[in-house]
Each structure stands twice: as C-alpha cells, then as structure tokens.
Ligand binder design. Structure first.
Ligand code: NAI
Length: 378
C-alpha cells in the first residue's frame, strides 16, 4: 500500500531533537516498520496549491497521514483525485482539515489518535489564561527591552482567583481544563455542551452547566473554547456573540481558529471590548505574515498586552508526539490487518459519523451542503 504523510519541516531542529517525531525528517518513526512490511511511504511538507508534492502523491495513495499542526487540507477535490484512498489518519486530534462529508460520500475512513494530546492542550489553556489575566507577555517584553515600569504593566494585571471561567465544550480537553482550574479558587466554573458531565463529576470539579451560549458568555470573565470545528461551530464567536460577552473579558481558543471570526476578534481586542485573546490555532495554517492576530493588542498598543498567540503547538509537545506517533502506528496496523479500530479513534467510517463530537448531525443537516470546515482563504 502507499502511505503519504504530510508533516511540518524540522530542519536543524529535527537534527538537534530526534524526539520531534511529527516532522518530515523523523516521519513519526514508522518508515522502517512500514517498509519492512512492503509498504511505500512518501513524506512531504509541500501541501499548498494544486501542483504541490502532496497533490502529486495523493493520486495513488491508499492512506494519508496528516497533522493539525501543518494541515494538509484534504478537500472534496483532493478526495476525488485520490482514487485509491481508503483512510485518512490524523496524527493528533481534530480532523476538520479533512472534508468529512466528502470522505463519507466516498466511504473513506477518518481516524485520529483520540486523547493523545489532551493534557498538553489543557496545560496550554491554563498557561494562556494566566498569561492574559496576569498580563505576563508585555511585562516580560519590558524586561527584555531593558525597561522597568511596574505601573505600565500592573494596570492590566488581575488575579484568576474569584473570576468566572467558562468552557465551550466539555470533552476530554474541556473537562481537564476545569479540573486544572479548580485549585485557583475561581468564583465559578461553567460549561456549555450538548453532552452533560455526570453529576458526580460536576460535583467533584465544582462546575455548573449553562444551557444557552449567550447566557454563558455573558456570565464569564474568561471563556475558553474546547469544541471541534464543524458546521455548527464555524464562525461562532463573531461580532454579535462577542458583544454579549462581559466588557474586558478574555477569550482563549486552542480548539480551531475558524471557530471565531478573526477580524471580529482582532477588532474587539483593539477596541478594548476584550482585554485579550490567546491560543495557538489559526483559520489557515501556516498563518500569513499580515494576519490581524499578529498585530492585535488591547486598545491597539503592544505595551498594553492582550495578545497571547503562538503558532499551533499546544498539542505537539514532545510528550504528545510520542503518544500520537504510537497511536498512528496502531491505527495503521489495524487497517493493514483488517482489525476494528478503537471506537473512540473513529471520526467517520463506512459513510457515517461515528463520533458524537462533530455536532448534533441531524440538527446540522441543512448546513452540510457546500460546507468547508477549514478556511480555504489564507
Ligand atoms: P472531545 O471529542 O473529547 O470533546 C469535544 C466536546 O465538544 C464534546 O463534548 C462535544 O459534545 C462538544 N461540542 C461539539 N460541538 C459543540 C458545540 N456546538 N457547542 C458546545 N460543545 C460542543 O474532543 P477533545 O479531545 O476535547 O478536543 C476538542 C478539540 O480541541 C478538537 O476537536 C480539536 O479541534 C482541538 N484540539 C486542539 C489541539 C491543539 O494542538 N491546539 C490538540 C487537540 C485538540
């Protein structure tokens, strides 16, 4: 079989750090294992445009491995070109870069390594909340610049204690975020999801479900987004929903960039409606140099802070890479040997959604037509 992998380039960093498994150089550490079984393994980072290496290789690929960090957007058109394609594997979590409806039409299975980096992301969320609330970034930049002006950075610095924090989505990551926030003695921990946590878990964490999105965002000082990108969540945080948030609230998004409207978020931070926005996910990756989130600061000034963006890296810590590389190998092994995949790793299979995380499908039926979860525009 032919397996095509699309990964990010490691260059000198991959030489320096062999644990960077998710790079084109280290290739998840599965080349020998695949070739010993007679499979062909082609790896590239060139994924942009119709003449990319990825486009050339996918025409006779049986399996595509991709990562959310350097997403090979597996569009309807690309699925149509890949006549032999049977399985798409996400080395990580979040398969929105695959057109799941087109995969279903062709009965291509889409799998991901569920749970592989949920702790990594939850830690990044807590770090980002603290970085924004404490106003860490401009305080640190001040030191690097050789300055010392405590009032300039203390004026936007608060405690997390006694704040209301809300997660949109309380799956593996959302729940872990709430658990990690418990010792901070927040005023309230809230969640919004169509799936309830069991009553004993709610009690243990000390959190409360809020049934309306508008209600939850209007009560929270800090909102963290932890749901997948699908027909029901694309562009969810737009000008209108942001206007329902508290003045001076913080918004943290490590789920997917396209769940928010990029320009509306940048405008809200610049105007001071939001005190800050942070996360690691962008509507199209790599993000262009002139993306509004690179130059978005509270009240329009870098010295004020309010920007805690990083490249897409929360779920690709070295510890996470070991887990998603091993999980990808297991999914491949099951696939080659006709063994059933672990239920929680299946996103779509045999033309149907197997995961409940990608929205309440029946309610989204009218939105499915012509939907692309990923952003096709840079
Ligand atoms: P999960 O499947 O365990 O949980 C997702 C939760 O979102 C489910 O409880 C689901 O019911 C809920 N949900 C779906 N639609 C919703 C909606 N419209 N409103 C409210 N809740 C909704 O997934 P997990 O592991 O917690 O990951 C969540 C997302 O985080 C992934 O889909 C991915 O997009 C993102 N992620 C980002 C990473 C990064 O490196 N930045 C790494 C891993 C995941």
């Amino acid at each position: 079989m032919k397996v095509v992998g699309v990964f990010y380039k490691g260059g000198e960093h991959a030489k320096e750090q062999p644990k960077l498994l998710g790079t084109i150089e280290n290739q998840l550490g599965i080349r020998k294992w695949l070739e010993d079984q007679g499979h062909t393994y082609v790896v590239t980072d060139d994924k942009e445009g119709a003449n990319s290496q990825f486009d050339k290789e996918l025409v006779d690929a049986d399996v595509i491995i991709s990562t959310p960090f350097h997403p090979a957007y597996i569009t309807k058109e690309r699925i149509a070109k890949a006549k032999n394609l049977k399985a798409c594997i996400t080395a990580g979590i979040g398969s929105d870069h695959v057109d799941l409806n087109a995969a279903n039409d062709r009965k291509v299975g889409v799998y991901e390594v569920t749970g592989s980096n949920v702790v990594s992301v939850a830690e990044h969320v807590v770090m980002t909340i603290l970085a924004l609330v404490r106003n860490f970034v401009p305080s640190h930049e001040m030191i690097i610049k050789g300055d010392w002006e405590v009032a300039a950075v203390a004026k936007n610095s608060y405690d997390l204690e006694n704040k209301v924090v809300a997660t949109i989505g309380v799956g593996r990551i959302g729940e872990r975020v709430l658990r990690r926030l418990k010792p901070f003695d927040c005023k309230e921990l809230l969640y919004y999801d169509y799936t309830s946590l069991p009553a004993d878990v709610e009690k243990e964490i000390g959190c409360r479900r809020v049934e309306s999105l508008e209600d939850i965002v209007s009560q929270a000082d800090i909102v963290t987004i932890n749901c997948p990108l699908h027909e029901g969540t694309k562009g969810l945080f737009n000008k209108e929903l942001i206007s329902k948030m508290k003045d001076g609230a913080w918004l943290v998004n490590t789920a997917r960039g396209a769940i928010v409207n990029a320009q509306d978020v940048a405008d809200a931070v610049k105007s001071g409606k939001l005190m800050g926005y942070g996360g690691d996910v962008w509507p199209y990756q790599p993000a262009p140099k002139d993306h509004p989130w690179r130059s978005m600061f509270y009240k329009g000034s870098q010295a004020q802070g309010g920007n805690a963006m990083t490249p897409h890296m929360s779920g690709t810590s070295l510890d996470a890479q070991v887990r998603y590389a091993a999980g990808t190998k297991t999914i491949l092994d099951n696939f080659f040997n006709g063994k059933a995949q672990k239920q929680s790793d299946i996103i779509v299979e045999n033309g149907e959604y197997a995961s409940k995380a990608y929205g309440e499908r029946a309610k989204l039926a009218d939105k499915v037509k012509n939907f692309t979860a990923y952003e096709t525009q840079k």
